[in-house]
Write a new protein. Sequence first.
Length: 180
Amino acid sequence: MDYFSESIKQAIRTVPDWPNPGVQFRDITTVLQDRTAFRKLIDAFVHRYHGQQIDAVAAVDARGFIIGSALAYELNAGLVLVRKKGKLPFDTLVEDYQLEYGTASVELHKDAFRQGDRVILVDDLIATGGTMMAASRLIRRIRAEIVEVAAMIDLPDLGGSQKLRDEGLAVYTVCSFEGE
């Protein structure tokens, strides 16, 4: 892990037993509040994609919007919002996915991309991978190309990043909490 990744990881607050006993919640608000850590975070993404042709950043509701908007601005790319079902006002595509206790849905405007657009899909965290997998299916249905699935944090013990790789998606995370 490089210096930037380690300093960002150190800025993430861990809240034990929230929202349920045994859960180690990774709170990103401390990174957002710290101007140096937030700049390092966005710079880590910008440096990774600088010089590549990126047409859009698809940001997942809601914390992905924070990272995605700053990244899209820096890359001179469009910003597309992947929202929870019922939040977008125009014609949408919907994708359901499994949660621990039930299902949820994300949606995307049908005209969010042109066929062949090169897209980075971004969120704050990859846990079980369900939300990112559903969002990637929506993007692929529009026939845009997902350059990479990106997040600040990977929780590899929960298997989400591996599920995404198994679907043929490249995955990048700034830091991970494995076995912690």
